[in-house]
Design a protein around this ligand. Structure first.
Ligand SMILES: [Fe+2]
Length: 283
């Protein structure tokens, strides 16, 4: 079956049909997915009855798997992280625990892995358990946000590098108890504020909840600047809200999209299994 792509959002996001991820995509299919990812940013592959090894095989096409076996995100698997109502033993995730607060942090607009260097390049979520009415996941088109900036702001932004810090993103939700060991593994890193997609040549804002302030700026002033840019980039015209279906696999390009979880009360079980591939080079 020939893969087909259908637009989902106003400016980005698409549904892919005709690819069965139980088999590892061959080189031509992988190249096709890369092109679609560069064009659409967010791709739903619809229901995919895949297991862990098949999910891992897909992400490995895009780069080295993101290591999840450290700090408060450790789940016992080296490459998976679960957006889940219960932990590996079946016990409910306590909201006011490091893991619960990490889940809460997903409600901030963010880009996976920007707190690291190199950062995450591609992310995958696979719906393993969904409640009857799953909360959507929202995505922001950071190319469109860049395009809409006034030229003077573009010129300024292109000159800037930004400090990204896990301590800052967690502080914003009142989580100030990250262990010293965990912080040592994730010291602040610096990324350019503007990135150019190597496939499309399009520029985009590279922002995240981890983004604190431009290098060389006073911290308070810099945080206000980043806050204003995030507010600009997440206006409704740049946002796509994705409604989940059973067994669905969604892949997105962390180079030019941000995303966030929407509120969920956790009463009905839910588990989305995440994995990511990191950039080969620092950005
Ligand atoms: Fe995320």
């Amino acid at each position: 079956m020939t893969p087909q792509v259908t637009q989902l959002g106003k400016t980005f996001a698409a549904r892919v049909t005709g690819i069965d991820l139980r088999q590892v995509p061959d080189a031509a299919t992988h190249a096709w997915i890369e092109q679609q990812l560069a064009r659409w940013g967010v791709l739903s592959f619809g229901p995919q009855r895949i297991d862990d090894s098949q999910q891992e095989a897909v992400i490995e096409l895009f780069g080295p798997p993101f290591a999840t076996n450290f700090g408060e995100i450790a789940t016992g698997h080296p490459h998976f992280y679960d957006i889940t109502t219960v932990d590996e033993s079946g016990a409910p995730i306590v909201a006011d625990s490091p893991r619960g607060l990490t889940l809460l942090a997903n409600a901030q607009w963010h880009t996976d892995g920007s707190q690291l260097q190199p950062p995450t390049r591609v992310s995958i979520l696979h719906a393993r358990v969904l409640p009857p009415t799953p909360p959507p996941t929202e995505y922001a088109n950071m190319c469109a946000a860049w395009d809409a900036l006034p030229p003077a702001m573009q010129r300024e932004a292109e000159q800037l590098s930004v400090v990204h810090s896990i301590a800052w993103s967690r502080e914003q939700i009142g989580f100030r108890d990250i262990s010293p060991e965990s912080l040592k593994l994730r010291p602040p890193v610096v990324h350019p504020l503007v990135r150019t997609n190597p496939i499309t040549g399009r520029k985009s804002l590279y922002l995240a909840s981890h983004a604190s302030h431009p290098v060389g700026w006073p911290v308070k002033e810099g945080r206000a600047y980043i806050h204003a840019l995030v507010a600009h980039a997440t206006q409704p015209e740049f946002v796509y809200s994705h409604a989940w279906c059973a067994d669905e696999l969604v892949m997105w390009d962390d180079r030019w999209t941000m995303h966030r979880a929407t509120p969920y009360d956790g009463v009905q079980p839910r588990k989305l299994r995440w994995c990511g591939a990191v950039e080969l080079e620092p950005v």
